[in-house]
Design a protein around this ligand. Structure first.
Ligand code: URA
Length: 260
């Protein structure tokens, strides 16, 4: 699979936009609230307070401050979160806090969704975006974007178990068509510390755990380390998040070793 070029900036994005509209698009509340933030002198650009809610600015590369906090403009948001255990990937969690509670309010207000959910007890790399086509490319099995998982298991996996994971196993599924289709890892190996590392391109429910169970073992802890060629940054603390830029977006959509 070839790497995908960075998203092209539309002519529309380069056109100046009223600051109140910019704030609205970035999740700072209702149009009225955004205009009020400006009226109250709480918004500045380059150290200068913006006086008029209708004053227009080119959005490309724009950085602004709201109540002293710096925000980069992003027409579409792509966020990388280091997911801790004990958080659900849902806006309406049932038993544990939501991963959205780890993000600041303007981001929560945007229509971002996790790119493929992780289980409550799974840790590691979670992307969230409001970019529909990107969401589709990263989650659809059709695009073969590998997700690399590391798992500690009840017992170290032997060669036969590793081979079976790559050759494919059948999983119990409600959908009879899926139940007949073997599901396989694109790679599976034992790490020097005895953990399993395997790459999956599909995102079936509890897929890694069920595949390991299907070869007669059990996942105890599960961590996602990479999506495509995009690694979880080693210096990002658990629970921390980052904006992704166009280069990182391209990495997420490319295979490790593509050179993207
Ligand atoms: N596979 C699982 O079993 N759980 C996850 O969270 C992700 C992949």
């Amino acid at each position: 699979m070839s790497s995908v070029p960075p998203s092209t900036k539309s002519a529309k994005a380069a056109k100046p936009v009223a600051i109140a509209q910019i704030l609205f698009s970035q999740g700072f509340g209702t149009r009225r609230h955004c205009a009020a933030l400006v009226d109250h002198g709480l918004v500045s650009i380059g150290g200068e307070v913006v006086e008029d809610p209708q004053q227009a600015f080119p959005t490309e590369g724009l950085v602004f401050e709201v109540e002293g906090k710096t925000w980069p403009f992003h027409e579409k948001a792509l966020i990388l979160l280091h997911k801790p255990a004990g958080y659900e990937c849902s806006r309406k969690p049932s038993h544990h806090p939501s991963v959205f509670s780890l993000l600041p309010e303007p981001l929560r207000n945007r229509d971002i969704q996790p790119v493929g959910r992780l289980d409550e007890d799974t840790t590691g790399l979670l992307l969230l975006t409001d970019d529909g086509p990107l969401q589709h490319k990263l989650t659809s099995p059709k695009y073969h974007v590998p997700k690399l998982y590391q798992a500690s298991c009840k017992a170290p996996l032997d060669e036969a178990q590793l081979r079976r994971l790559v050759e494919g196993v059948l999983l119990e599924e409600r959908n009879p068509r899926l139940a007949e289709e073997p599901v396989n890892a694109v790679s599976a190996r034992a790490l020097p510390d005895g953990r399993l590392e395997m790459a999956l391109t599909e995102g079936r429910y509890h897929q890694a755990k069920r595949m390991v169970a299907a070869v007669g073992n059990r996942v105890l802890t599960l961590h996602r380390q990479r999506i495509g060629a995009l690694d979880l940054p080693a210096d990002l603390p658990v629970g921390g998040w980052l904006w992704m830029d166009d280069a990182q977006r391209a990495l997420a959509m490319s295979e490790p070793g593509d050179g993207a």
